[in-house]
Design a protein around this ligand. Structure first.
Ligand SMILES: [Zn+2]
Ligand SMILES: [Zn+2]
Length: 367
């Protein structure tokens, strides 16, 4: 079938709206009419050649929409169902066999390889292949193809065009807090970088009853939103000369938990140094291969834990339901961080996201 999609034709080139052909679904696949798709830093990293995936390509991995067609063997989905498309996993590797799907050993190839696992492409233009299958969905288009096992059916009364970001930034930030940290009410937390991932962690910390919640960022409007969403303290990294000292002062010695989303080594180190003995720092920022950080060994000896987390350690078919319920109940007000753009304005969405003006761009698809 013909679709309209945003294609990147060469490394770091602009998104170009074009007409492409999407293949028929295989037995275990769905075609989803995309209503809206979030845009994540990882999409722009794909555009800019961070991963060895070929061009031309279609990105997008936070798609929400309506099931349009189902493969012959698909159970549990029917045309008309509302779905969120989440991250892919293989189901066969050592981690998938233990339901640690977010650490699938083939996850990276499935997300960034540009094709299905068997090397086949989903899209073409004038019979020439167009890569994509980004996170096995490529949601920057009017229709997307994914396997049923990676899609999550969501309740019909939830605001579908807000739900795409739950597939990546939402579950990454909220899952780090609710699935990994599992803080007690009254535990202190600092969130370094309050973009879409950091604010999702912050909203989850508020749900968990963390106190105080401290936000650190370089953009005043993001700090203002962090306060509105539950941060008791907001530290402007541009004007504060001693962020760690400030956090120790606010918390009487340090925080129990820290979340790092900037992927900057100096900030990661500050997040770790702001911890109490026995505290935990979770790295969520997506750093480029080869990025090093140095830590003081005596500091870690004091029981401090530093770890990375992918996709919030969440099983999407369970956790996205939980987040959708929280959105409907007004406890996870994701709309406050979203700015909508038409697909045709995707380059402006990307620029305003990179500049920090827009926290979470969501593209509305033309239908
Ligand atoms: Zn796997
Ligand atoms: Zn993402």
């Amino acid at each position: 079938m013909q679709i309209t999609a945003a294609v990147v034709n060469e490394r770091s080139g602009p998104f170009v709206i074009d007409t492409l052909d999407l293949c028929e679904p295989r037995a275990d696949e769905l075609i989803v009419r995309v209503v809206a798709s979030g845009m994540c830093q990882t999409d722009l990293h794909g555009r800019d050649g961070y991963f060895p995936s070929p061009y031309p390509a279609v990105y997008g991995h936070e798609g929400a929409g309506v099931v349009h067609a189902v493969g012959a063997a698909v159970r549990g989905f029917a045309p008309g169902d509302h779905v969120v498309m989440s991250y892919p996993w293989c189901g066969d590797c050592a981690n998938c066999r233990q339901s640690r799907l977010n650490y699938c050993l083939n996850g990276r190839a499935l997300k960034m390889g540009g094709t299905r696992a068997d090397g086949s492409t989903l899209l073409s233009r004038n019979d020439a292949p167009v890569y994509g299958a980004y996170f096995q969905q490529s949601s920057f288009g009017t229709f997307a193809l994914t396997q049923a096992r990676w899609a999550v059916k969501v309740r019909n009364d939830a605001p579908l065009e807000l739900l795409g970001p739950l597939a990546c930034s939402g579950q990454t930030g909220a899952g780090a807090v609710l699935n990994v940290m599992q803080p007690d009410a009254g535990d202190s937390i600092a969130v370094f970088g309050v973009g879409a991932v950091g604010l999702s962690a912050l909203m989850a910390a508020k749900i968990a009853g963390c106190d105080p919640i401290i936000a650190v960022d370089v953009h005043a409007h993001r700090l203002a939103l962090a306060r509105e969403l539950g941060a008791a303290q907001a530290i402007d990294h541009k004007t504060c000369s001693d962020v760690v000292g400030e956090i120790r002062k606010i918390t009487d010695g340090g925080v129990r938990y820290a979340v790092e989303t900037s992927a900057l080594p100096a900030v990661f180190r500050e997040a770790i140094e702001s911890l109490l003995p026995g505290g935990t720092c979770i790295l969520l920022g997506s750093a480029r291969k080869g990025t090093d950080v140095s830590l003081e060994m005596p500091f870690l000896q004091q029981g401090r834990v530093v770890r990375g987390v992918v996709q919030g350690d969440s099983l999407p078919k369970e956790f996205i339901h939980k987040l959708v319920d929280l959105v409907v109940d007004g406890k996870f007000p994701i709309a406050k961080m979203i700015k909508f753009y038409d697909l045709a304005d995707i380059n402006r969405a990307a620029d305003e996201s990179t500049a920090g003006i827009t926290i979470k761009p969501v593209l509305r698809m033309p239908h």
